[in-house]
Design a binder for this molecule. Structure first.
Ligand code: NDP
Length: 431
């Protein structure tokens, strides 16, 4: 707290991990305590902060702040997304980069960890404004990244369009067509299944959790928050596995469709440009302004929007309505007290650092394809994604199952992710 004042999200993320790691090290790996691995892993290797100046459509000069947190390179080049949102600050990016360390380790791929972005609000900006912002942002960032150094991707507010502008500017500055960003379009170095990967991966993880308890997703009711990349593909995969998705939301409100969303309905949501209320003019459903999805009855809750969007009160409501599983598509969507309440209830709980690792896993596969100059088929990538998610699940079970057979997936993910990175850091000396 003293070293990181005014960084509540970052401290929250570190606390959540240390509660599992310290007892584990005391019992199994005192050498890691002696080597100060916990202190080292929670200190970023490097933090870059820079000015981004751009001109809006009315010829006004605008100034934003850009960042890249290069968290950990023990396992490979720094890897993690860029977020464009007015809520971006160092606390948010350090929490995301810290989580990324464990997540990337869990994928089993050679990936270090990083995160970056800017306090730029893409909402309401024209295409040209977005392009000018991305170009200005990359004009500084390019000197800090590279295919073997640091490979950013997308996150909230950064999709294929933004990755395109960022990639174009990097290429122009370096005169080099290289796999320096992931989430590229499939025609210019991108991997098939990257847009789908986080949402699909989340459902592969949940499917595996249910399989572990001899259950399936067929006929289950699912509440999803968010209406972005992760929410959309999570919903599609849940539907294809036989579940009924009844909610989609954004920061303004929630659509509750008791008949269940279909692909056609979800595609319609995508055309609404954040005006979710308009959905009810086309389909019989309810729109709840200012409400979250967690008040509606469901078997499975999938928070896929943002950090701290599901609190203790929401957990109580979900449990009251019979919810049996909460799996995080977003990063740290459950508050600290919410997590404690979920763990106490003993329902299935999949933490984001394990359950949403599908996105970075396919980014890792995109880097492999770029290195060898190939593009694998969608089926091949999807098959690898599914296998990676199942392996992450099994790692969580390995480290998280107690004597009575109860699985604490959070503990399993924390320890499973930590052991590999910490061991690599120790082997690489005092760096
Ligand atoms: P998008 O920008 O595509 O979508 C974000 C969605 O969340 C939007 O619908 C947005 O609504 C909504 N949202 C944002 N803030 C709130 C809020 N306070 N309450 C309710 N809804 C809100 O982002 P992604 O789908 O890519 O990312 C979603 C989450 O998943 C993030 O936590 C991200 O870090 C995580 N994640 C993403 C990965 C990826 O591959 N994309 C990989 C791993 C994790 P609005 O338009 O109103 O803001």
């Amino acid at each position: 707290t003293v070293r990181n004042p005014n960084q509540p999200e970052y401290l929250q993320a570190v606390r959540e991990v240390t509660e599992d790691i310290i007892p584990y090290m005391e019992a199994n790996a005192v050498d890691l305590i002696d080597a100060k691995l916990l202190e080292r892993i929670s200190e970023p290797e490097r933090v870059i902060s820079f000015r981004v100046v751009w001109m809006d459509d009315d010829n006004n000069v605008q100034v934003n702040r850009g960042y890249r947190v290069q968290m950990n390179s023990a396992l490979g080049p720094y890897k993690g997304g860029l977020r464009f949102s007015p809520t971006v600050d160092l606390s948010v990016l350090k929490f995301l980069a810290f989580e990324q360390t464990f997540k990337n380790s869990l994928t089993g791929l050679p990936l270090g960890a990083g995160k970056g972005g800017a306090d730029f609000d893409p909402k309401g900006k024209s295409d040209n404004e977005i392009m000018r912002f991305c170009q200005s942002f990359m004009t500084e960032l390019f000197r800090h990244i590279g295919a073997d150094t640091d490979v950013p991707a997308g996150d909230i507010g950064v999709g294929e369009r933004e990755i395109g502008y960022l990639f174009g500017q990097y290429k122009r500055l370096r005169n080099n067509f290289t796999g320096v960003l992931t989430g590229k379009g499939p025609a210019w170095g991108g991997s098939f299944i990257r847009p789908e990967a986080t949402g699909f991966g989340l459902l592969y993880f949940v499917e595996r959790m249910f399989y572990e308890t001899q259950n399936t997703l067929k006929g289950k009711t699912v509440a999803i928050s968010g209406a972005g990349n992760v929410a959309y593909y999570a919903a599609l995969k849940a539907i294809s596995l036989g579940a009924k998705v009844v909610t989609i939301s954004n920061s303004n409100g929630t659509i509750y469709d008791e008949h269940g969303f279909s692909q056609e309905k979800l595609d319609y949501v995508n055309t609404l440009k954040r005006n979710l209320e308009a959905y009810t003019t086309r389909f019989p459903a309810e729109y709840h302004e200012g409400k979250k999805p967690w008040q509606f009855a469901c078997d499975i809750a999938l928070p896929c929007a943002t950090q701290n969007e599901l609190d203790e009160q929401d957990v109580r409501q979900l449990l009251k309505n019979g919810c049996i599983c909460i799996a995080e598509g977003a990063n740290m969507p459950c508050t600290e007290l919410a997590v404690k309440a979920i763990l106490k209830s003993k329902i299935l709980y999949a933490p984001g650092k394990a359950a949403n690792a599908g996105g970075v896993a396919v980014s890792g596969l995109e880097m492999s394809q770029n290195r060898v100059g190939q593009q694998w088929t969608a089926d091949k990538v999807d098959g690898k994604l599914k296998k990676i998610m199942q392996e992450i699940h099994d790692t969580c079970v390995h480290y998280g199952k107690d004597k009575n057979g109860v699985i604490n997936y959070l503990k399993g993910a924390n320890i499973g992710g930590f052991v590999k990175v910490a061991t690599a850091m120790k082997a690489q000396g005092f760096v």
